[in-house]
Write a protein that binds this ligand. Structure first.
Ligand code: ADP
Length: 267
């Protein structure tokens, strides 16, 4: 089993990802796709007059402040436009894909965090009314049902809280939890960069290999959202996934290239 997470940043070539995925699926490989949608969510939120608000925690992690209206816009884009766009591409390629959010069948479950500590103008404030959380539990029953019946699952945040409330969760860490739960042999985190760069944005500074027992030491090279990918990779290898690869989804055959060792390999 290979879990492929494709991001939602500008420049990602979903056609290339889907074509590669379809070819491998038809050759008999078992794969699951997890996707993001942050770039498009920002655009739609602006257009709807509810612009995105990003907050930085005291430890330096950036996240989207998700009030109820933001959550609804998030669902429109992630579960609607992006998820169905990917399912449509795969169906055109004759792959029987099924798109689901983490709410469906409670595939992704975690604790609802209603408040977030945010550093603004040098001061730490507590913001309430946040609909966020982290995936703590993956319920694989529905996924296994689908895979056994020959369907390719295409998964996206949000997740479900233990009380059944929709929560915005990080897609990279959700994919990592999924890879652990399914005992996947590899987790691919594909984005619009060649991999983890030592001196972002210099693409020539690509880090080729990260030892599995030392992933957190590489957090220092990752800024803002890239930190979540490094954290996800650390969680996946700690949970028994043998290989995590940060790969490039902008062109070519992104999945095949990553599995062939392009990008940053954590092993
Ligand atoms: P996605 O939505 O595609 O998953 P994110 O926006 O969450 O992607 O994270 C990838 C982004 O992280 C890159 O587009 C890049 O701007 C940023 N980034 C920060 N630090 C690094 C780094 N050291 N190496 C590569 N990318 C980095």
């Amino acid at each position: 089993m290979i879990v492929v997470k494709v991001g939602g940043s500008a420049g990602i070539d979903y056609d290339a990802v889907c074509a590669d995925l379809a070819a491998r699926w038809k050759a008999g490989e078992k794969l699951i796709l997890v996707h993001g949608g942050s770039g498009e969510t920002n655009r739609v939120a602006e257009a709807l007059g509810h612009p995105p608000r990003f907050v930085t925690s005291p430890s330096g992690y950036t996240s989207r402040f998700t009030d109820r209206q933001t959550l609804e816009i998030f669902e429109m884009v992630y579960c609607g436009k992006i998820n169905k766009g990917i399912v449509e591409r795969l169906q055109r390629l004759d792959v029987n894909a099924v798109g689901l959010s983490g709410l469906d069948g409670r595939i992704f479950e975690g604790r609802h965090k209603d408040s977030v500590r945010a550093v603004e103008n040098g001061k730490t404030r507590v913001l309430r009314g946040d609909h966020t959380g982290t995936v703590e539990k993956v319920n694989t029953g529905l996924i296994e049902l689908l895979l056994t019946a020959g369907y390719l699952p295409v998964l996206t945040p949000p997740a479900s809280s233990y009380e059944g409330v929709a929560i915005n969760v990080d897609g990279d860490r959700a994919a990592a939890a999924l890879a652990v739960a399914l005992k996947a042999e590899a987790l691919l985190l594909l984005s619009n960069v060649p991999g983890l760069l030592r001196a972002y944005p210099d693409e020539a500074s690509l880090i080729r290999h990260i030892p599995a027992d030392d992933v957190e030491a590489y957090l220092e090279f990752a800024q803002d959202r890239m930190k979540k990918k490094v954290l996800g990779a650390a969680e996946a290898v700690a949970g028994g996934v043998r290989r995590v690869i940060f790969g490039d989804a902008r062109a070519g055959q992104p999945i095949t290239a990553a599995l062939d060792g392009a990008g940053t390999v954590v092993s």
